[in-house]
Design a protein around this ligand. Structure first.
Ligand SMILES: Cc1cc2nc3c(=O)[nH]c(=O)nc-3n(C[C@H](O)[C@H](O)[C@H](O)COP(=O)(O)OP(=O)(O)OC[C@H]3O[C@@H](n4cnc5c(N)ncnc54)[C@H](O)[C@@H]3O)c2cc1C
Length: 282
């Protein structure tokens, strides 16, 4: 376990934004997380989907990054702190199918379950058969938790995800190729790992018939690309990414997102919802 006092959260966020936390703990396995959960605290994973406040957080902030996992037949049993990338690599190695479309999503398994991470028509949710969760001082298991579009019962009802049981399928031999193709598409359209951002800023629009309208398309049509507020700007290759071009504050990002929302509301009558988790100190 690593412990830091008064370090800025920007150092632990992919957006590279955020003021100091009273205390930051990097928990490298499930037991360290359980040990660290004391007093007023919040738990994050890789910090790839969050916008931390400029004022920082007056609490203990735990980043669950690391842990153990193993593959047992078609099952993957993993601590929530394990990088999703590692789990995908192991399942490709074992010739399992079901998770290959998620290749390239940064962050941890815990963060992916919390937000039901997904890409290219797949989501992590349907693979998740059981979750070990800490809630109100008690560790228990949830069988087949419910998920929605970028939504989970953990997001709605709280709880710290400690471990999960994923059920995959036998592969067809094409999974590695699919994963590689997904990575190629990402390399072309998405910000590289050098760019400070938190993934798609807004959710796509879910139509009543189940279709999704990409938020990026609406944003493009309102001239989002190239817009800037302070150090925050809209990524030039994909209008649904707000990036920190250097020295952006959370306020810059929020202001820019408000301008984008206003433009989309005016032109299309649609109110975009944030996919990035805006963290506040209540
Ligand atoms: C370049 C880029 C591309 C991306 N592409 C995609 C994509 O294609 N699809 C997609 O869905 N996302 C995408 N993302 C967003 C992000 O990577 C995912 O949402 C990822 O699953 C977040 O994981 P994390 O560990 O970084 O979570 P964090 O950012 O650390 O946390 C996100 C939320 O999850 C909660 N959380 C984290 N761990 C736990 C836990 N153990 N227990 C309870 N709550 C927890 C936190 O409290 C927080 O509210 C992208 C991000 C970037 C930067």
């Amino acid at each position: 376990m690593k412990r830091f006092e008064n370090l800025p959260l920007s150092k632990f966020s992919r957006f590279r934004i955020g003021g100091p936390a009273r205390e930051i703990i990097i928990a490298e396995n499930r037991n360290e997380v359980l040990e660290a959960m004391e007093g007023n605290f919040s738990v994050f994973g890789g910090g790839t989907n969050v916008l931390f406040p400029d004022e920082g957080l007056d609490k203990r902030v735990i980043f669950f990054q690391g842990g153990e996992f193993h593959v047992d037949g078609e099952w993957i049993i993993s601590d929530a702190g394990v990088a999703l990338e590692k789990i995908i690599e192991a399942s490709l190695r074992e010739e399992l199918a079901g998770i290959e479309n998620l290749a390239g999503i940064p962050g941890t398994l815990g963060g992916a379950i919390y937000g039901n991470a997904g890409a290219f028509g797949s989501e992590i949710g349907p693979l998740v058969r059981e979750v070990e969760v800490w809630k109100e001082g008690r560790v228990h298991r949830i069988n087949k938790p419910q998920f929605g579009y970028r939504d989970s019962i953990f997001k709605r009802q709280g709880g710290i995800i400690l471990r999960a049981w994923l059920k995959l399928k036998r592969g067809t031999g094409r999974e590695r190729k699919i994963a590689e193709e997904r990575l190629r598409i990402r390399a072309r359209k998405h910000p590289s790992s050098q760019v400070a951002c938190a993934g798609s800023f807004f959710k796509n629009i879910l139509m009543p018939d189940g279709r999704k309208i990409p938020a990026g398309r609406l944003l493009e049509e309102v001239g989002a690309k190239g817009l800037r507020v302070g150090g925050a700007g809209v990524f030039e290759k994909h209008a649904n990414f707000i990036v920190n071009t250097g020295g952006a504050t959370a306020k810059d990002v929020i202001r820019l997102s408000e301008i984008l929302k206003e433009r989309v509301r005016e032109k299309f009558g649609i109110t975009l919802q944030e996919e990035v988790i805006i963290v506040e100190d209540p």
